[in-house]
Design a protein around this ligand. Structure first.
Ligand code: IMP
Ligand code: MG
Length: 178
């Protein structure tokens, strides 16, 4: 494809590979919460592709909610301060909350979100991320329950992840080569 040549994008995780892993994660979550209802929290915008695919693989009664957050400061460096642009539409009190993230990088976003959600007294609080870049972690004590793929410290795009708001619609995860 033209844009791949123009920006020198290479495929890190193919579409089929992602689908297979998402199905496995859905099955694990189904098993873990057997007989209970779950409350999926999609962190917009990056997690929207992952959330919808994962939701279809979780065979449990489910509510899906959305939260829009953004970090302040430079585009590629997380500042540790998050800005909640749109909060959840419902109460999570007493519910099995599953936070669905696209990628954990510094860990700042997740750490702030977990503190906020804990203060709202859910029954359980679980984190599910498609990608993890552990080499970049600044906040060391964030606990991730389900990880799709551990990836190297490279900037990735596609399957919801953006580069300056573009490329979210790529069906695979790509790496932007220098
Ligand atoms: P953290 O707060 O540093 O963990 O940042 C997490 C957020 O940074 C993610 O939800 C993404 O929006 C963004 N991000 C981190 N790494 C990448 C990347 O490689 N590509 C695209 N977005 C990224
Ligand atoms: Mg982003």
């Amino acid at each position: 494809m033209d844009f791949m040549k123009k920006h020198n994008i290479s495929v890190l995780l193919a579409e089929e590979e992602i689908q297979k892993r998402v199905a496995e994660m859905g099955a694990e979550i189904t098993k873990r919460f057997k007989g209970e209802a779950v409350y999926l929290v999609c962190i917009l915008k990056g997690s929207v592709f992952f959330t919808t695919e994962l939701a279809k693989q979780i065979k449990l009664p489910m509510e899906i909610d959305f939260m829009t957050v953004s970090s302040y400061g430079a585009a590629t460096v997380s500042s540790g301060v998050i800005n909640i642009k749109q909060d959840l539409s419902g109460s999570i009190e007493g519910k099995n909350v599953i936070v669905v993230e696209d990628i954990i990088d510094s860990g700042h976003t997740l750490s702030r979100l977990l503190a906020l959600f804990k203060s709202r007294n859910p029954k359980t609080l679980t984190v599910c991320t498609l990608l993890d870049k552990p080499d970049r972690r600044v906040v060391k004590d964030v606990k991730v329950d389900y990880t799709g793929f551990v990836i190297p410290d490279k900037f990735v795009i596609g399957y919801g992840l953006d580069w300056d708001q573009r490329y979210r619609n790529l069906p695979y995860i790509g790496v932007v080569e220098e």
